[in-house]
Design a binder for this molecule. Structure first.
Ligand code: NDP
Ligand code: 2IT
Length: 449
């Protein structure tokens, strides 16, 4: 759909012609540009200095071959990426994703969103993202280690504690971060906080593991309260069963909600008595098994094959925490028909554009991932501060800072939306508040990228 501003529409048309095959990237850019129309029209400098034209093009893209030897002695080849998108407000910062469907479009969309998200955290971090089409599922520990070492051998040339600080994302957790950190240290002979999400015994921050899921619920709670509601007594459906989903379950339950369904890429489980996050953690973090095995631990639960069916489970609050475009317009219609009151994104871009339109159109509360899942990277920022100061904060200190940051982000999104005549539109507010900070820094620094 055309964007109702000639400057913005021209930029989008140009990207469409140049990167026609990068669907996820185009989707993420379109979503942001649409909401920036009143902002660009409020200050001629954004167009004069071509701030948007510069923001949609990464400062640097690195792609590389990752060769490694599998357990059978065969040499395997994967593709590695790091997109250093924008460094206007701080060193590039963002996760690394290992999944078989990873390509440049996915890494660019994630890097683009990360720029706005990191600006919202109030911490000085630019945006970047990386990954590989390597899938850790079904690989041995030895294979994972050899892959991570090979990946880091090349990546190490481009990152550093003041340059670019990667972290985890889908398929990259404490194990992968550990292997990559070890290899970086070996190559550089320096101990620096070059990665976040590290283990607690070697510089990791307490509460980083929990941060994205906890932060999502702190954000949702702030938005619910602002609209006279709360988690208390609500039926909650959470897609995914990874890092974000597990701790979203824990916090939603603490806040009085009952999580009745969770999923993985094969299917979903339902239990009206509530799903125990500790059992999910045992299955996913320790055993690295499928969510279908939950019924072996809790016989009252039911397993259903096929992951998208989870959105047909009637609920009050939906927290999509798996992956991009996992919730389409039909799923949105099911949620609406079943009386859902709010959709708060834990994953990056989980709702398709027409799903978002349906959700907002039906008057449900909606929060975009780049605001409501910012607690993960915010706590990565806190890990960087602790590493730089050679100190460590208690779980409570970090958790309190995280809660404060999420409430501040919600307030900033709400206020930016209101300032530009879109009161209550947290999607627009997130894009605008993130944009204003980055654009201001770019204007101040001149035409340097
Ligand atoms: P994990 O790898 O820990 O878990 C991912 C979960 O999503 C798994 O349950 C996985 O199922 C499921 N999943 C992945 N791909 C698909 C798919 N194509 N269809 C259905 N389900 C799928 O990742 P995270 O929890 O870290 O990340 C989840 C989302 O949150 C991603 O969008 C990520 O970008 C975003 N995010 C993560 C942050 C973090 O700190 N980790 C911070 C902010 C956002 P299976 O086990 O079958 O693979
Ligand atoms: O999407 C994200 O914000 C993340 N995967 C976390 C990034 C980070 O640097 O902690």
């Amino acid at each position: 759909m055309a964007i109702r501003n000639a400057y913005l529409n021209g930029i989008y048309e140009d990207l469409l012609g140049r990167y026609a095959e990068q669907h996820e990237f185009l989707e993420a850019v379109h979503e942001v540009l649409e909401t920036l129309v009143p902002v660009v029209e409020s200050d001629p400098r954004y167009e004069q200095q071509n701030i948007i034209g510069r923001m949609v093009e990464p400062e640097r893209i690195i792609t590389f071959r990752v060769s490694w030897v599998d357990d059978a002695g065969k040499v395997q080849v994967n593709r590695g990426y790091r997109v250093q998108f924008n460094s206007a407000i701080g060193p590039y910062k963002g996760g690394i994703r290992f999944r078989d469907n990873v390509n440049l479009s996915i890494i660019k969309f994630l890097g683009f969103e990360q720029v706005f998200k990191n600006a919202l955290t109030t911490l000085p971090m630019g945006g970047g993202k990386g990954g590989s089409d390597f899938d850790p599922k079904g690989k041995s520990d030895g294979e994972i280690m050899r892959f991570c070492q090979s990946f880091m051998t090349e990546l190490s040339k481009y990152i550093g504690e003041d340059t670019d600080v990667p972290a985890g994302d889908i398929g990259v957790g404490a194990r992968e971060i550990g292997y990559m950190f070890g290899q970086y240290k070996r190559l550089t002979n320096t101990w620096t906080g070059v990665l976040t999400g590290k283990g607690l015994s070697y510089g990791g921050s307490l509460a980083r593991k929990e941060a994205t899921g906890f932060g999502l619920c702190y954000f949702a709670d702030a938005q619910l309260k602002d609209n006279g509601m709360s988690f208390e007594g609500k039926r909650v459906v959470i897609s995914g069963s990874g890092n974000v989903a597990i701790y979203a379950n824990q916090k939603a339950s603490t806040l009085g909600g009952k999580v009745i369904a969770m999923s993985d890429s094969n299917g979903y489980i339902v239990d009206e008595n509530g799903i125990d996050y500790q059992v999910i953690r045992e299955i996913k973090e320790v055993k690295r098994a499928r969510i279908s095995t939950y019924v072996d631990y809790v016989p009252s639960a039911k397993y259903v094959e096929g992951c998208s069916g989870i959105w047909t489970v009637p609920c009050d609050i939906a927290l999509p925490c798996a992956t991009q475009n996992e919730l389409n317009v039909d799923n949105a219609k099911s949620l609406i028909a079943n009386g859902c009151q709010g959709v708060f994104e834990g994953a990056n871009m989980p709702c398709t554009p027409d799903a978002i339109a349906a959700i907002k159109g039906a008057g449900l509360l909606y929060s975009p991932g780049k605001a409501s899942n910012a607690g993960g990277v915010a706590t990565s920022g806190l890990e960087m501060s602790q590493n730089a100061g050679h100190i460590s904060w208690t779980f409570e200190e970090v958790d309190n800072k995280l809660k404060g940051i999420m409430e501040t982000i919600y307030a900033a999104c709400a206020s930016a939306a209101e300032q530009f005549g879109m009161k209550g539109d947290i999607q627009a507010g997130a894009n605008i508040a993130g944009f204003l900070k980055v654009a201001d820094a770019m204007l101040a620094q001149g035409v340097c990228y």
